[in-house]
Design a protein around this ligand. Sequence first.
Ligand SMILES: [Cu+2]
Length: 201
Amino acid sequence: MAPSQPVAHDSKAHVADLYAKLEHESLDLAELPVEEAVLTSAPNVPPSTTRDYPVVLKVDLTATIKKTQLTGAYKYEQWTFNDQVPGPFIRARVGDVVEVTLTNKDESGMPHNIDCHAFLGPGGGSAVTTTEENQTKTARFKLLCPGLFVYHCAAAPVPVHIANGMFGLMYVQPAEADLLPVDKEYCVMQSEWYHEPPEKG
Ligand SMILES: [Cu+2]
């Protein structure tokens, strides 16, 4: 396939193509430089990626419960990644191997995990990153598609973990171009708690 041809990222043929390509590529991690991801809190985002080669990008996330003063009168117990809602903004590049390490410091005993929509495969990594209290797990994922992706905790009940704060964004820069330069980049993200409408009767 010529690189200039536009590709529909959601097409099954495209995904099959990516898997076929992966099978023929060696993933010798020892040959890749290792980089610690710059993680930021909204509305700030990490600086754009200027390198033109892939790395093993280390991302350390910790699941916590944090009581936050939302207004002068109200406190709220947030469920967080790294004590912040939304979770840290992660910036990477197509071809990078993201090494996610998740530590569960939630003392209530709830399990947590990372389901990142930039990671292909079932559950976006949630099955292999599910951690119990005081447990740490590390998993690696190769980024194949550029774009802005959501990540969130997918421990059951999923909407409750998301609505309480366990969500964030990962931007995967294309291998050959990036967003146009601007004066300042921001990220804004909001999750809503969906309520079923009351039954009529
Ligand atoms: Cu969770």
